[in-house]
Structures are given as structure tokens and as C-alpha cells.
Design a protein around this ligand. Structure first.
Ligand code: PEP
Ligand code: MG
Length: 757
């Protein structure tokens, strides 16, 4: 009999071997077949199990114990089950089988250069006819098994676990022959994540269902506390088409699970290690490559557990299974929630989902207090685990003190479509039982407000929309909304305002950071913000507009005041292009350019191009173009647009057209400056009118001049988003693209389609 009859290397198996080695071993073989690294190991075969049962002569003993079994008689079942398991585990391993297993074990030790390596022994049943979910977890796992004697004992116990009481009942109730199911044992080197790191990943963004990214959570030590949300992990987002890293968020990682005295325990992570990312960029990209490969192979989004083995200093995929939340159906209704009033904010945390809900607070310490929860309550608790699901189903919203984006509370809330705020600090102390609150997850930061606030829900069907010749794009500067909006049928983003990204993701004045040598903080955060928007709409064009803060706005950034003059008219002041080449600001401008250069070159998002705002003269335009080229952004590599928002841009359109690759009309500033109406003045608000002929003629004339020079013209000011008829005027004037806010994108598309038909 060949040794392969009894034992097989995992790497030699494939998904077709389920009958021979059971589902678990075959799946690991399938991964190895894809050149995805799995922890080294072997499996015993179904034939080995059969041989064991036959050669030891225990078959008839098992059979006689099962004869006349009444599964409803629990004590009889327990008695018989116990006896069968004892019969199996106490039989002596036949010598041929034992030597086949021990030879493989020795070879495994040789291969990884560890004598008597610690292994995990897991059961792999050949129950392919049984629904996976109902069979999974019915057999045992033995961890940290070392040495020949312990290995053989574990394998015998593993065999015996085919006859747990639950498994017996399941087979009886479903008319499965007890001897048709075989048990193979997967024997794999123990993954030493306790010496390195581990985590989970999804091959899509679990919050929005955006499919072009891999989202990885990583921390030190074994993965269990990461899955449970006890440890606050790092979070990395990788863009699949370029394998570029879009985002890296440093997690707290205060604790890690390690081995201690044969068991595990949580220990504190040294301060210096917490400040570092758990994975290098190289590892992040390597992991994303495997994740994408697995997803492509199984043709459905995956939820993957992985680890870095500290002994072998290698990355391994431990488990891959279909992602159940977003994997199945794609929603073609876009629901957008927004609060229409506000009240005192009670606390905040990480928002899960994007909905808003209201209800009375119900604080629970234990899921067994479930009866206290009424349908529609806002469930507030420290943390949840699977026992909480029935309670969570009754809630209108969930707030937990602890947990992360893939913690139990988060995953279940997403699946149930219930807004949840996790890691909300001391929610169980701050909120009081019985008081009504509003839970708002419509932005990235989830917030709890006092009282039942009014909110709006808009629904957009995004199926079967017509293609239009005039492009419809988004105005979108909030990176946190980008993935959720990625499925809108638009032609990219016509305006991503840098100011939005800086305010939400940086918060500090660039010159203040430069003076402290912390410029990378600015570059990294800005790069992440741009990359998220760029990735969401790739390969459609995303126009990133360079900074156009006014001095009063810049002063509001942390550390801003010393760098910003007090101006009487910031609207007409030191803003836009004029700042870039100013010696006092030039270095800050270099940082903006560097962030974009990294997005294009390092993340690979060359769909992101640049636009210059508030450019007063062609001479100024030339200086900025020279500077852009000096900082690595040249017109040889990408189009550079200019905003048309000053009367000088209109009057000298021919000269601007010689310099820039295209125009985008800023109807806000253009109206302000054409009519001489401060756009911030409440008193003059009625005079601020984009439909005034002076503004409209400027637009018409710009389009004519630009087209004469073969330059495209878009619009990114607010006019078409707020004045429905404006779109028609623009179309008649021959505009090439219209950018609007997301809430009116579909409406605008329909208007354009109708005009063109
Ligand atoms: C505009 O002026 O119309 C424009 C889009 O720019 P901002 O509103 O940022 O000044
Ligand atoms: Mg403007």
C-alpha cells in the first residue's frame, strides 16, 4: 500500500480531493494550488480513517452502539456517544498507519527545520453532501500538539470526534449513514502569530460594498482578540487594480494575545511597537495580492484570516470563506440619510453603515437581559458577541463602548442594516436608560444626539441610466463618502476641493507642520484623502483642485494664525494661485504637489489630475505651471486645468487656453466678481444671481473661446446643483461636462440625456 493512501501533503491537494481528504484539507490544498502560502503540513486521508476503523476491529462495536438508538432519549444518546468515542480513541493505532503518519511528521520537522514541531490537528470531514454551516464546528481541534505520542493520541481523538452527540443526532435526523462520512485530520505547523502579527481582511470594503479594494486589519499576536474587536487593529486599504496602498491607519494595538503555560493570555504591547504599523508595506501588498487571487479563483468576495509566523518569518493564509454581507446581491438603490436638525451631541465613535435612527436608550450588561429590550430601542452595551444577535435584531440602532470595524457588533449591524456606533468610549456611562436619542451614521464619525431629530432619506434607483455625451461628474471633497458613492453612474469627479480633505484629515496648517519638521503628517493625510477619491472612481478622471483656502480659513487650522495676515477682504485676498509661488508659502505648496505625485506614482492612480484655482493672470498661470513641473507634476504626464472664476479668465480666455489643458467654471466666484457681490454677505444674498445675463454671457463667451482653442470646458460651481434650469442653459451653450453634488447626480444625468435625445 503506498504511503499516499494514508497521508498526503497539503500542497499536493486541490478542491477535487474532498472525498479523499475532507473539505478542510482540500480547501487548504486548493489555496496552495493558487500559490497562496498555507502553513506547512499534511493530512491523513479518508482511507486512513477507514483503515483505522477496520484494522482495529471497532467497526462492529460502533455499529452495535448505534443500533436501536433513540436520539430523543438524551441520556441514552450521551451514554452511547461517550462509549463510541471511547472505543475509537482507545483503540491502538495500526502500525502501518502510525509509521506513515510519523514519517510525515518527521519530514515536516526536517522541512521547517524544527524538531518535533508543534502542530494543530483539525478534523476535515468528507461530508460534502451536508450543508457546510450545519456541519462546521462539530468536530474538534487540538492545538500545540508536539511529539509523536501526543500527535497519534490527538489524531485518534480527532477520529472520535466524528461521533459527538450533535453529529450523531444530525446524521440520524437527516438520514445520513454514519459510516458514509469519513474523518481526515489536517496536521499543520502551529502558526506562531504570537511572535509576529495576524488579522483579517475583506476583498471589498465591508462598510460600503465597494469592490475595488482589499481592507486589511492587523495587530500583534494571535488573531482571536482582533476578530472579537478587543484589540484596536491597524487598518490598511489596498486598491486592487494597481495594488497600491490607499490608506494606512495606525490602531491602538495596546494588547496582544500570546501563549502562556500551555494556554493563551493577553499581554501589554510595548509602547514603541504600538506606534509602528504591524505590517510593512511590502507585506500589505503581498497579502492583498493573495487576497485578490483567492477572490478571483472562487469568483466571489472573500473574508480571509491570515498570520505572519514568527518562527518562519513568512505570511500565511489561514482560512478563506465567502464574504456573506455584501457578497450576494448588489443594491441598486442609493439611500442617502441626512439630519435636517441638530441638537446637543452626547458622544461619538466609529460609524457603521450610513443610516440614522432614533429610539429610547436601553443599556444592557448581559444579553440575558434581552426581555428588557423593546422593538426599536437603541441598544447600548459594552460589547457584543454572537449570543447578542437576537437582542441586536430588536434594536433600531446599536452603540458599543468597544469594538472595531470588523468586530462582531459591526459585522452584524451591517448585515442587519442597523446603524451602529462602535468604540464609543463610555457610552454605557454617558447615556441614560430610557432617554430618547438619535444615532447618526451618515458621516464617518458616528454621533449620538439628545432627542429624536428629524432626518431625510433619499432613494435613488441607479439601474438603466442612459449614457450621455456631455459628461456628468461629481463635486466631491469628502474622502469618507467616496467608496459609498463609487457606484453612481457618473463620469468621475470634476472637483475635489483640497480644503475639504485638509480640514477633515489634516487639521493643521502646513507651515506650522513644516516648522516642526512634521511635514509628512500633511503629505500622508492629504495623499490618503486624494487616493480614496481617486480609487473610488478609477479609471474615470478625478480632478483634484489645489488649495484655495482664504486667509481667514487658513487661520482656523491648528497653528495657522502666525502665518496668515489679517485681511479686510479675504475673498479678494491671498488665495489660490497667488500663494503658491510666494516665497513664504512655496514650501507648503510643495507638500500639496508631493501628496498628488505620490497618489499618481506610488498608489498608481494616474486618473487623478490637477486644477489651479483663482488664477488672476496668464503670467501667474505660467509661474504656477513652472512650479508644478519643478515639483514633479508636469503637463507632459497629465492634463492641468484652470478654474474659470475671475472675469480676467473670461476676458483673456484665449491666453489661458494657450497655457492650460482645459477650464472648469467656478460659478460661485465668477458671480461674486462679475456682479461685485460678496458671496458670503447675507445682506446681499438676493443679489447673488448666477442666472444674471452678465454671468451667463461670460460663460457662453468662455465656451466659445475655449473651443476655438480646442480646450474643453466644464463647470464645478454650485449653480447646476442648486438651480435645475441651469443645466439646460449650460447644454445649450455647448458645455463639455457638468459637475454636481451627489444628491442631484441622477437628476442631472436624466436632464442631460433628455436634452441630447
Ligand atoms: C466656484 O468658485 O464656483 C468654485 C467651484 O470654487 P469655490 O466655491 O471653492 O470657491
Ligand atoms: Mg472658487
Amino acid at each position: 500500500m503506498s504511503r499516499d493512501t494514508f497521508v498526503r501533503w497539503l500542497e499536493d491537494l486541490s478542491g477535487d480531493d474532498t472525498d479523499a481528504v475532507g473539505g478542510k484539507s482540500a480547501n487548504l490544498g486548493e489555496l496552495a494550488d493558487l500559490d497562496v502560502p498555507v502553513l506547512p503540513g499534511f493530512t491523513t486521508t479518508a482511507s486512513a480513517y477507514d483503515y483505522y476503523v477496520e484494522a482495529t476491529g471497532i467497526h462492529s462495536e460502533i455499529k452495535s452502539q448505534l443500533d436501536g438508538l433513540d436520539v430523543d432519549d438524551v441520556s441514552d444518546l450521551q451514554r452511547r456517544g461517550e462509549r463510541i468515542r471511547r472505543t475509537i480513541s482507545e483503540a491502538s493505532m495500526p502500525p502501518e498507519l502510525e509509521s506513515a503518519i510519523l514519517e510525515r511528521y518527521a519530514e515536516l520537522g526536517d522541512e521547517i527545520d524544527i524538531e518535533d514541531p508543534e502542530v494543530a490537528v483539525r478534523s476535515s470531514a468528507t461530508a460534502e453532501d451536508l450543508p457546510e454551516a450545519s456541519f462546521a464546528g462539530q468536530q474538534e481541534t487540538f492545538l500545540n500538539v508536539a511529539g509523536e505520542t501526543e500527535l497519534i493520541e490527538s489524531i485518534k481523538h480527532c477520529f472520535a470526534s466524528l461521533f459527538t452527540d450533535r453529529a450523531i443526532v444530525y446524521r440520524e435526523n437527516n438520514d445520513f449513514d454514519h459510516f458514509d462520512v469519513k474523518l481526515a485530520c489536517t496536521v499543520q505547523k502551529m502558526g506562531r502569530a504570537d511572535l509576529a502579527s495576524s488579522g483579517v481582511l475583506f476583498t471589498l470594503d465591508p462598510d460600503t460594498g465597494f469592490e475595488d479594494v482589499v481592507v486589511i486589519e492587523a495587530a500583534y499576536g494571535f488573531g482571536e482578540p482582533i476578530v472579537q474587536g478587543v484589540v484596536d487593529p491597524d487598518r490598511y486599504v489596498v486598491f486592487k487594480p494597481t495594488n497600491g496602498i490607499v490608506e494606512k491607519q495606525l490602531g491602538g494595538k495596546t494588547q496582544r494575545m500570546v501563549r502562556r503555560n500551555g494556554g493563551t493570555k493577553l499581554e501589554s504591547v510595548p509602547e514603541a511597537a504600538r506606534e509602528e504599523f504591524a505590517l510593512s508595506d511590502e507585506r500589505i501588498r503581498e497579502l492583498a495580492t493573495y487576497a485578490t487571487r483567492i477572490e478571483e479563483h472562487f469568483e466571489t468576495p472573500q473574508d480571509i484570516e491570515w498570520l505572519v509566523d514568527g518562527d518562519l518569518e513568512e505570511l500565511f493564509v489561514v482560512q478563506a470563506r465567502p464574504e456573506t454581507v455584501h457578497g450576494a446581491a448588489t443594491e441598486n438603490v442609493l439611500r442617502t440619510y441626512s439630519l435636517t436638525e441638530t441638537a446637543e451631541e452626547l458622544l461619538d465613535g466609529v460609524a457603521i453603515g450610513s443610516a440614522i435612527a432614533t429610539g429610547p436608550v436601553r443599556i444592557l450588561e448581559d444579553h440575558r437581559q434581552m426581555d428588557l429590550v423593546e422593538e426599536g430601542d437603541v441598544l447600548v452595551t459594552e460589547m457584543t458577541d454572537p449570543d447578542w444577535v437576537p437582542v441586536m435584531k430588536k434594536a433600531s440602532a446599536i452603540v458599543t463602548d468597544r469594538g472595531g470595524k470588523t468586530s462582531h457588533a459591526a459585522i452584524v449591524s451591517r448585515e442587519l442594516g442597523i446603524p451602529a456606533i462602535v468604540r464609543a468610549g463610555d457610552a454605557t456611562d454617558v447615556l441614560s436608560d430610557g432617554t430618547t436619542v438619535t444615532v447618526d451614521c451618515s458621516t464617518d464619525t458616528g454621533r449620538v444626539y439628545e432627542g429624536a431629530l428629524e432626518y431625510e432619506v433619499t432613494e435613488e434607483e441607479i439601474d438603466d441610466l442612459p449614457e450621455t455625451e456631455t459628461e456628468v461628474k461629481l463635486v466631491l471633497g469628502d474622502p469618507d463618502r467616496a467608496f459609498a458613492l463609487a457606484n453612481l453612474p457618473v463620469d468621475g469627479v470634476g472637483l475635489a476641493r483640497e480644503e475639504f480633505i485638509v480640514t477633515s484629515h489634516v487639521g493643521h496648517h502646513p507651515l506650522a507642520l513644516l516648522s516642526r519638521g512634521e511635514e509628512s503628517q500633511f503629505v500622508d493625510a492629504l495623499r490618503t484623502g486624494i487616493a480614496k477619491i481617486g480609487a473610488a472612481f478609477y479609471p474615470d478622471e478625478v480632478i483634484f483642485r489645489l488649495s484655495d483656502f482664504k486667509t481667514d480659513e487658513y487661520r482656523n487650522l491648528t497653528g495657522g494664525p502666525p502665518y496668515e495676515p489679517e485681511e479686510d477682504n479675504p475673498m479678494l485676498g491671498w488665495r489660490g494661485a497667488s500663494r503658491y509661488y510666494d516665497e513664504t508659502f512655496r514650501e507648503a505648496f510643495r507638500l500639496e504637489c508631493e501628496a498628488l505625485r505620490q497618489v499618481r506614482e506610488d498608489v498608481g492612480l494616474d486618473n487623478v489630475i490637477v486644477m489651479v484655482p483663482f488664477c488672476r493672470t496668464p503670467e501667474e498661470g505660467q509661474r504656477v505651471l513652472d512650479l508644478l513641473a519643478e515639483f514633479g507634476l508636469s503637463q507632459e504626464e497629465m492634463d492641468i486645468y484652470v478654474m474659470a472664476e475671475l472675469p480676467s479668465n473670461i476676458v483673456l480666455a484665449d491666453r489661458f487656453a494657450e497655457l492650460f489643458d482645459g477650464f472648469s467654471i467656478g460659478s460661485n466666484d465668477l458671480t461674486q466678481l462679475t456682479l461685485g457681490v460678496d458671496r458670503n454677505s447675507e445682506q446681499l444674498a438676493p443679489l447673488f444671481d448666477e442666472t444674471n445675463d452678465a454671468v451667463k454671457r461670460s460663460i457662453t463667451s468662455l465656451i466659445e473661446d475655449a473651443h476655438r482653442h480646442d480646450r474643453p470646458v466644464g463647470i464645478c460651481g454650485d449653480a447646476p446643483s442648486t438651480i435645475p434650469e441651469y443645466t439646460e442653459f449650460l447644454l445649450e451653450a455647448g458645455i463639455d461636462s457638468i459637475s454636481v453634488s451627489p444628491d442631484v447626480a441622477i437628476e442631472t444625468l436624466l436632464t442631460v440625456a433628455e436634452f441630447e435625445s
